[in-house]
Design a protein around this ligand. Sequence first.
Ligand code: NAP
Length: 286
Amino acid sequence: MKYITLNNGVKMPKLGYGVYQVTPEECVRCVEDALRVGYRLIDTAQSYDNEYEVGKAIQQSGVPRQHIFLTTKIWMANSGYEKACQSIDDSLRRLQTDYIDLMLIHQPFGDYYGTYRAMEDAYKAGKLRAIGVSNFFGDRLVDLCHTVEVMPAVDQVETHIFHQQQQLSTIMKRYGVVHEAWGPFAEGRKNFFINPALQKIATVHHKTTAQIALRFLLQKDIVVIPKSVHCERMIQNLDVFDFSLTAEEMQRLKRFDSDDSAFFSHYDPDMVESFYRLSEVRNLRI
Ligand code: NAP
């Protein structure tokens, strides 16, 4: 496994396993499989409703806790100082651990400044080894960086060949924030896995389109957390450290950037409203 060093000296695996849309029923088996085949970063969130199963799988895996980098995210229903403090303790309990390696603010909505203060306090208390944000675009990230005591270590945003976040990545570098990609395959949208350009490069390297897509991001120093419920795909997605893309191939893939989300815009007011509606109905297991 390759590691990247965060701005507070903590080492984070460059490739991890994401459990969004992994049901509680499947999650223990999936995380156990992922740890058994070599993953050492697990990415969950309060809103995925599987923190308890992630914790259970870690307990059962036999992999020492200190060898695992565990990320979770504070959902917007828990935004604001008081609620965020409580929700950090709730996540610790569900994950059955006394520290979380990386806690992120999931969405840039609600009282996320209050949430950030709660994370800073939990960081100082040793409950969190690193803190950061997710889905914070340039304007909000820069503003946040100017108000905090502990700089965010990571910003996790949608990133794949069709949405490379080049401008945001430059801002992250300027503030010492590590760029982490969610949806590195755009969840298969836009015929991702049968993209002819990816297929052509994959043939040359005797790899799959998925592996080329991950390698492209890794070579740009972007942390990736692909999700799969299939063990053979987990193995495949991890097997990306024995080859390199050439400068010309990197350049060719760079041209696929449409600078547009494959999902939705965080700047769309209807979308923000639907996030609030979702937040009201989602009833997290305590
Ligand atoms: P993704 O990793 O881009 O794509 C997952 C999809 O690709 C699944 O349908 C999976 O199918 C398929 N797949 C995986 N490996 C494959 C392979 N080698 N060949 C063919 N198909 C393959 O999507 P994602 O789950 O949205 O993103 C990854 C992680 O990022 C999440 O799990 C979550 O931890 C995080 N995330 C964060 C946010 C945020 O707001 N911060 C948002 C979304 C996601 P199978 O499972 O059937 O194999």
